[in-house]
Design a protein around this ligand. Structure first.
Ligand code: HMG
Ligand code: MG
Length: 298
């Protein structure tokens, strides 16, 4: 049976914006985060403490964290690829962080400039510092349903990296279909392999919608017992190190799906669609999501 409630993390301000070529004003990022909170999102990925040479769009991470108005009961996790990033995040008042690895060696090299095994070593001091500070850590795994450089990725490779992250203390594991090539049968086989090593209630579906499969993959994941998903308002996003990858599945598309299934999210669809329209206008294009376009046309 499907879960009765689902938790969504809106990754729009981070995953959604990191790929935008034009530098977006910090004000707009801060406003986007406020609007998502007002629409009922309880988890909002605010920014990432990565090298500004690698991802210039995230260079204002500390400023974003300093300026957001934090709502009670809302978490604002940030990405921290190494101890330098973790320390900067702590100094900026972050209370929840994420490290990120990959199930593909080539993607690991392109995205974080090191091999998978090296990346796991690099996360050890981050885990120790987070444990000491009482800060929860997510472990992301990219390329769980395909790699832009290596093609097919074996479910076993995903399970190995997921288990390594979980065993080093990650609280949950974000399963990233970075380039959106996955389909439901493959998603279920991948989840089955990972769930043998990590409890299924710690798994999070993070599906990009490049091939229009993300909603189907979410439904397939619900059937496997997942109840946590990452989504992006307006379907914003892409990864600068995964050519051609488009945005995460749109938050409003997922809320519409879950509303229809009678699964509670606590999110106000109308406020969310207004936010999708607003941020898309700021970026100078129509919202990518079907639900936003349908409701805005009404
Ligand atoms: P590197 O060049 O190997 O790092 O990059 P380094 O340690 O040799 O340092 C090089 C320079 O970067 C130094 O500065 C450091 O101080 C600086 P310099 O001496 O040249 O002036 N530096 C930093 N600055 C700020 N914050 C930091 C930091 N670390 C080093 N944390 C590194 C390694 C990991 C830093 C780099 O590769 C990087 O920043 N990569 C991030 C790439 C990225 O953000 N990708 C997108 C996010 S992941 C994603 O989107 C996937 C996900 O959504 C799931 C999915 O969909 O699959 C999560
Ligand atoms: Mg992503």
């Amino acid at each position: 049976s499907l879960p009765t409630t689902v938790t969504l993390l809106d990754v729009g301000p981070r995953d959604g914006l990191q790929n935008e070529k034009q530098i977006i004003a910090t004000d707009i990022k801060v406003d986007l985060i406020a609007r998502l909170g007002a629409a009922g999102l309880r988890h909002i990925e605010a920014t990432s403490f990565v090298s500004p040479k690698w991802v210039p769009q995230m260079a204002d991470a500390a400023e974003v964290m300093a300026r957001i108005v934090r709502l009670p009961g809302v978490s604002y996790p940030v990405l921290t690829p190494n101890l330098k990033g973790f320390e900067a995040a702590m100094a900026a008042g972050a209370t929840s962080v994420a490290v990120f690895a990959a199930a593909s060696e080539t993607f690991s090299q392109k995205n974080i400039n090191c091999a998978i095994a090296e990346s796991l070593q690099r996360f050890e001091p981050v885990m120790a510092a987070a444990r000491a500070a009482g800060v929860p850590v997510r472990g992301y795994v990219s390329c769980v349903l395909g790699c832009p450089y290596e093609g097919e990725i074996a479910p076993q490779a995903v399970a190995d990296v997921s288990a390594a992250l979980f065993d080093m203390g990650c609280d949950d594991i974000g399963l990233g279909d970075t380039i959106g090539t996955g389909t439901p049968g493959k998603a279920q086989a991948m989840i089955a392999a990972v769930a043998r090593r990590v409890p299924v209630d710690r798994l999070v579906g993070h599906y990009h919608d490049t091939y229009g499969q993300a909603l189907a993959n979410i439904y397939a994941s619900l059937e496997m017992g997942l109840s946590h998903f990452d989504t992006s308002v307006g379907g914003l996003g892409g990864c600068p190190y995964a050519k051609g990858a488009t945005g995460n599945v749109a938050t409003e598309d997922v809320v519409y799906l879950l509303d229809g299934l009678g699964i509670a999210t606590g999110i106000d669809l109308e406020a969310l669609v207004d936010t999708a329209a607003w941020i898309s206008e700021q970026l100078g294009r129509p919202p990518a999501s079907r639900v936003a376009r349908a409701l805005l046309a009404k």
